[in-house]
Design a binder for this molecule. Structure first.
Ligand SMILES: [Zn+2]
Length: 53
């Protein structure tokens, strides 16, 4: 799935965050990965700070 500008990814291992400043023009069939600490980073939904904890 292509990435949009503003999409945020967080590493659940070390807490590092990655944000796309520009959209990715790759077609949907192209694989996309954000690897940190050897794992796929977790997508963070921007805007809603509603998580408990
Ligand atoms: Zn990490």
């Amino acid at each position: 799935m292509p990435r949009k500008a503003g999409e945020r990814y967080e590493c659940e291992q070390c807490g590092a965050q990655l944000v796309y400043e520009k959209p990715c023009p790759c077609p949907p069939e192209m694989p996309h990965v954000e690897i940190c600490c050897g794992r796929q980073m977790k997508a963070v939904n921007g805007g809603g700070g509603r998580a408990s904890g």
